[in-house]
Write a protein that binds this ligand. Structure first.
Ligand code: SF4
Length: 188
């Protein structure tokens, strides 16, 4: 039997992949492992959002609820600029997913990061393939970006929390720094 371990980056991004896997009768289990999400309150908010998805969709999830700010900063210390930082970030999460999948005798692994048009899709694919080769386990590739709008609308209708930035403290700054500069200028 084909068994897939689905790395889930967040609740909203999981909705379309879950839908398509179900349509194809593919057995899968979710895996939440995201040391890249900061700060702690945001990390907790994204866990709550995925718990809600799991409840509403009836899916099984393996949880790693360790808040990973320190380990993530250590990993990206020498590569905190994009795209090197994101490359490391993808690698950490996909490698851990592949290792877990292998140890639990799953056939393949993949990630809901493949659903987002804001991620470096080709890079995720090539890292997934590289890790698959290294650990001798299949990387299940799908271009789920075509379902981005469907997932977004479904998250909205289910009342699932949707984050405003990718995850790490660097991405939070990139998302909001322009606004804060405008605010400072107005204040001055
Ligand atoms: S921007 Fe997103 S993908 Fe890139 S390092 Fe930060 S959390 Fe990871």
């Amino acid at each position: 039997m084909f068994k897939l371990l689905l790395h889930i980056c967040c609740g909203p991004c999981s909705l379309y992949p879950i839908q398509t896997l179900r349509e194809r009768n593919i057995y899968f289990t979710g895996y939440f492992y995201n040391p890249n999400i900061h700060p702690l309150q945001e990390f907790k908010a994204r866990i709550r959002a995925l718990e809600e998805v799991a409840k509403q969709e009836g899916i099984e999830i393996i949880w790693d609820r360790t808040y990973g700010l320190k380990s993530f900063l250590e990993e990206t210390l020498l590569c905190w600029e994009k795209p090197k930082r994101c490359e490391r970030c993808y690698y950490i999460r996909l490698e851990k997913t592949a290792k877990l999948a292998k140890s639990l005798n799953y056939t393949a692994f993949t990630t809901t990061l493949l659903q987002s048009p804001f991620q470096l899709h080709d890079l995720i694919k090539s890292i997934g393939e590289e890790i698959a080769e290294k650990y001798q386990i299949e990387f299940f590739y799908e271009d789920w970006r075509k379902g981005y709008k469907i997932g977004k609308e479904k998250a909205h209708s289910l009342g699932i929390y949707r984050q405003k930035y990718c995850g790490c403290i660097f991405s939070e700054e990139e998302r909001f720094s322009r606004n804060s500069l405008v605010f400072q200028t107005k204040k001055d």
